[in-house]
Design a protein around this ligand. Sequence first.
Ligand code: PEP
Length: 253
Amino acid sequence: MKTLIAANWKMHGQLAWTEKPAQFRALFPANANANSNDRVDILICPPAHMLQIMVAACAGLDISIGAQNCHDQTSGAYTGEMSAQMVAETGANHVILGHSERRAMFGDRDEVVAAKTSATLKAGLVPIVCVGENRGEREAGQAEEVVGAQLAASIPQHADGVSLVIAYEPVWAIGSGLVPTLEDIAIMHDHIRGCLITRFGAPVADNIQILYGGSLKPGNAKEILALKDVGGGLIGGAGLEMDSLAAIAMAAP
Ligand code: PEP
């Protein structure tokens, strides 16, 4: 399985940033050498207003574009929202769903995430379903239980697991500079793999990429990305600058 390196730009970005994909490729050439994207898929998730122009900016660069959210309905009186079909029309092919910022600030509970995931699958896009415990849950020894429950309720019943990416992002590690121990990341990714095997069966579940996210940086990427069951990274802060994103991609096993 290739490693997926996904940058979540959050509410950062302006039209001049359409230069970034070419800058990235100058630092991390496609199909050029052992450090090429033979082993690594690159995904950039810009703010919604940039989706279409970023798709155009990535033409010929082998970089995919994803949205950071979508609505669960196809169309209707939902001011300020964008449906999965609309995301698909831009040429984007992934949607991040259930990011902890959406869960905390915009009411994206598990059942909302499941409905959005369902809409994303129907639109032919790949959902990246985010799960992760908060600090209190980790300290209370409930991290695995919390993540297991989020997974069960955030993936819609009809999903077959064939087109699905999971991102494990401990809430306390996002944007904080704090990172779980390698052992804790390995334990959680093993737990998530187990949950997916129970749900979808081994052959399908083994092919689901489980990304790690939370203060992933060039300095810690090599050891984290080398862990069994870590299939890539979801990157916030370090994904805004192409030199750090390229350094993380370079660190992929
Ligand atoms: C994120 O927001 O998904 C994230 C992982 O952010 P950061 O890399 O900045 O911790």
